[in-house]
Design a binder for this molecule. Sequence first.
Ligand SMILES: [Zn+2]
Length: 429
Amino acid sequence: MGLTPSVWAGKADSDARINGLRVWSGPDHTRAVFDLSAPVEYRLFRLDNPPRVVLDLNNTRLQTRLQVNNNADIRSIRHGRQGKHNLRLVFDLKKNQRARSFLLPPNEKYGHRLVVDLSDVKSTQKVKKSAQTTHDKHRDVVIAVDAGHGGEDPGATGASGTREKHITLAIARQLARAINAEPGMKAILIRDGDYYVGLRKRFEKARKHQADLFVSIHADAFYDPKVHGMSVYVLSQKGASSEAAKWLARSENKSDLIGGVKLDDKDALLARVLLDLSQNAAMEASQKVAKEVLTALSKIEKPHKKHVEKANFAVLKSPDVPSILVETAFISNPQEEKRLKNHRFRQQVATAILDGIRNYFYQAPPPDTWIANRVKASKDQPGRHIVARGETLSGIAQKYRLDVHSLRKANKKKNDHIRSGEVLVIPTG
Ligand SMILES: [Zn+2]
């Protein structure tokens, strides 16, 4: 009472404070996030020999210890005062890097933040043409596996503190391993560490690798801890339409290949038609894969909903790569949180997702793939059977009403060992 703001807000008290520092590294960038008590005015510049990034912050005080442990890019962070109220932070880098920075307003988890992104100078990394890797001229089906959230974005948190971002990464890695063990399939991980990748960047990475499928892994939360079960999502029609408009509006997108065609030299109507065609094909495929994956997951437990759900998720908006999102469980449900932490349960989930994916690609293999060739071989020569995962020799024998000995003999097998993707001769007569 009676205190006017100018008296009350003495200069020193109006300084913003840095209350914390968090650092994450990805394969080609490092992100440092400073927690601030208020937005700050600052300037960022780079110095060479040795490489450094300098941040000059006006009216700012340091209220935390700046510590960086074993970072791929940052050797150390130093600080010093500049005059009475200004603060200088110096990042000593291990190599020359591009630096970008921006302020973030508060959200429900954090307050004001200053973000510094360091990325490799030659950041247009060579992308290995994964889709072209061949054995006997037929390429692998490429599955992009996306671990939801990461780094600054922890996702949902379970009652006992489990972070969704760690669970999704663990499942994604297990799924990628299972895919890579599968003949004719190859996985790429959209993120392989605790760092954030922008939502559009995620599907752009999948497109760059010419992925045949994009699978995003999540483990979400609901305010009711009793809610449980898995769900599988595809993009809604509304999400697809708004995305189409966005693609056509942006000229840099048009010079990109969409489903194998460039849109930039087409008139507006034709471009729209071509984009719709590729989007519809991708959405139809998404729906089919999602259904197969949901069916496979239902064998572990009753799913949250019996049908594939539709939502306007940004990460699913690739215009030409079929995309699905799997909610593996509700991390907000204490029992499911416990299961998600269990390696064996996660392996069950990964195996079921792969079962669904496999079923889809053996029904609709992309041309020129090893799987397409296998399927064709079995159709051209009646009396062949492609082994699906989990099948046994005796099970196959039963299916064709054979005894297992003659099946073994026809395939010159000494034992009952079979691999998924293997083509078996089915004796006739
Ligand atoms: Zn999530």
